[in-house]
Each structure stands twice: as structure tokens, then as C-alpha cells.
Design a protein around this ligand. Structure first.
Ligand code: KIV
Length: 304
């Protein structure tokens, strides 16, 4: 049921601002009670905040090219992430570190060309925002302008505050990313679960609150204990999207190639494979090779 209440202008203004207060939360919850049934023709950052307020889970997947993004968008995904995981799955690098801003723009513009409904978020790659806020802004502007992205994603908390503020001030929506942040893999030394220890868990919670306060519209939490992720999702009013962070968050993200079974060497506990595409593709390609060799392909109907 939609509860209709008179909303004074100041409250209205506060609701549209991303630094959400408890008052906004009450307002949003009342007004978006029926938003579960709401159909979004185009997903915006505000739509995601509405989804959290109404208890509607957010779906997010990666994509790096036109054809895949078209299929993902047609399936009504809410958010497409042009992740720097492209470095792994598209280029075969061991880490996400080598991918450049130019390469991210190449992938992102192909995705944007395909998408009609989803919000397209693009990772700022390693080295494009850490050194100084001006460079962070420059990289973000390039991604927004040259690729047509709708938002950027950045890894880290308090240590990248100045870059975050600079980007947000330019009117560019930012998604945060905490927990296992793959760009810091050489600091961590391992891809194991983060924030099991109290000190790291406390810092993560404080960082999440800081990112909300700065004006991030959402937050990814990667590979942390489910209980901690639940605590973070309760503590902030911006949507918390998990990967290996349990079910008590506001949405889920997976790497498309992993959930389709196109990658085979990566099998963390949190990954659910919906297909075994690598095997199916290899079977189909083997059949094609056989058909060519045996002169079965092309047949009379397959030629001019
Ligand atoms: O680059 C990526 O694919 C990501 C997701 C794992 C969240 O950052």
C-alpha cells in the first residue's frame, strides 16, 4: 500500500540528497512500500536507493562487451558493472592491476552501446585515482565522457577520501568497494576472506559509514563474513551489494563469465554456476571442426 503524506520542501530536498538521514529513511520506507512492484524502464542511482528502502533486492553482473551486455540487459539486470576483472577474464592477466583507463573505456563504450535499461557502472582501474584527486577526477571524466558510463566504482575507504570527494563534487556518481579489494592483492598477499579480525571489521564498518557520508550511492562488499556484511547493510542507508558477503545485504553481484561457467579455474564457495558454457562451447566447436574436416559443412542449403 502506498502511504501518501505531505512532504515539506526541506524534507524533499534531503531525500534527493545522497547523504541520507534517519528521517529520510522513515520517509523512503513509507513512500516506497509498494516499490517492490515498481517497474523501472531505466535504472538510476535513485532507483537503487528506492529498491533498498522498499526491500527489493538489487541484481548486478559484470559485462565487458556489446553482445554479452545486450543479453544481460535483456534479462532485466539492474546494474551492469564493467569491472576491472576484464583484466582477468578478457585478457588473461593474473590480477586486475594491468588494465588501463583506455582499455576500460573500450570495454565500457561497447557495453553502453548495448544497454537500454541497466545502470552501467565502470571501475576506475588501478593507478588511475590513488595518486591524487585531480587525476582521479580526470580518469572519471574520461570514463563518463568517452564511454558514456553512468557511474564509476572505486576501491577503498578513508585512504582515498580526497579522490572520492573530488569526483563526487563534479557530479559523478560513485559506488564504493570494500572488503577484498583485488587492486590491493599484493598488500593482502591472498584472496582469502577479509575482515575476520575485529580491527579490520571495525575499520570496514567505519569506512562504509564514511563512504555514505561522502555521498556514494552504493557500496560493494567483497568476500567478508556474512554477519559483518549484515551489520554494514543495517548501518548505512545506501544499497550494499555483496559478492561472497552472504544474503543479508541489499543485492548481489557476480562476474558474468564465472556464473555462466565460461571460466573454469575459479571456484570460490560463493560462486553459483548457472551454466557450464566452457564445456558446451568446446563441444560445439569440436563438432564444427569435425564438420569442416569431413566436408559436411557447408551443405547445399548453406551456400549461394
Ligand atoms: O571487477 C569486478 O568484477 C568487481 C566485482 C567482483 C565486484 O569489482
Amino acid at each position: 500500500m502506498l502511504i501518501s503524506i505531505f512532504v515539506p520542501q526541506q524534507i524533499h530536498d534531503r531525500v534527493s540528497c545522497l547523504g541520507l538521514s534517519a528521517l529520510n529513511n522513515v520517509f523512503l520506507k513509507k513512500n516506497y512500500m509498494s516499490a517492490a512492484a515498481k517497474v523501472y524502464k531505466r535504472v538510476t542511482t535513485n532507483a537503487l536507493i528506492e529498491m533498498k528502502a522498499s526491500g527489493t533486492k538489487i541484481s548486478m553482473l559484470t559485462a565487458y562487451d556489446y553482445s554479452m551486455a545486450k543479453a544481460v540487459d535483456a534479462a532485466n539486470i539492474d546494474v551492469i558493472l564493467v569491472g576491472d576483472s576484464a583484466s582477468n577474464v578478457m585478457s588473461g592477466h593474473e590480477t586486475t592491476l594491468p588494465i588501463t583507463v583506455d582499455q576500460m573505456i573500450y570495454h565500457a563504450s561497447a557495453v553502453v552501446n548495448a544497454v537500454k535499461r541497466a545502470l552501467v557502472v565502470v571501475d576506475l582501474p588501478f593507478g588511475s585515482y590513488q595518486s591524487d584527486p585531480k587525476e582521479a577526477l580526470r580518469s572519471s571524466i574520461r570514463i563518463m565522457k568517452e564511454a558514456g558510463a553512468h557511474a564509476v566504482k572505486i576501491e577503498g575507504g578513508a585512504e582515498i577520501k580526497d579522490s572520492m570527494v573530488r569526483i563526487l563534487k563534479a557530479g559523478i556518481p560513485v559506488m564504493g568497494h570494500l572488503g577484498l579489494t583485488p587492486q590491493s592483492i599484493y598488500k593482502f598477499g591472498t584472496y582469502t576472506v577479509r575482515a575476520r579480525e575485529e580491527a579490520e571489521a571495525e575499520k570496514l564498518l567505519e569506512d562504509a559509514k564514511l563512504l555514505e557520508q561522502l555521498g556514494c550511492f552504493a557500496l560493494v562488499l567483497e568476500k567478508i563474513p556474512a554477519a559483518l556484511a549484515k551489520k554494514v547493510a543495517k548501518a548505512v542507508q545506501i544499497p550494499v551489494i555483496g559478492i561472497g558477503a552472504g544474503g543479508d545485504v541489499d543485492g548481489q553481484v557476480l562476474v558474468l563469465h564465472d556464473m555462466l561457467g565460461l571460466t573454469t579455474e575459479f571456484s570460490p564457495r560463493f560462486l553459483r554456476r548457472y551454466m557450464h558454457l566452457y564445456d558446451q562451447m568446446t563441444t560445439a566447436i569440436k563438432q564444427y571442426v569435425k564438420d569442416v574436416k569431413s566436408n559436411d559443412f557447408p551443405n547445399k542449403d548453406e551456400q549461394y
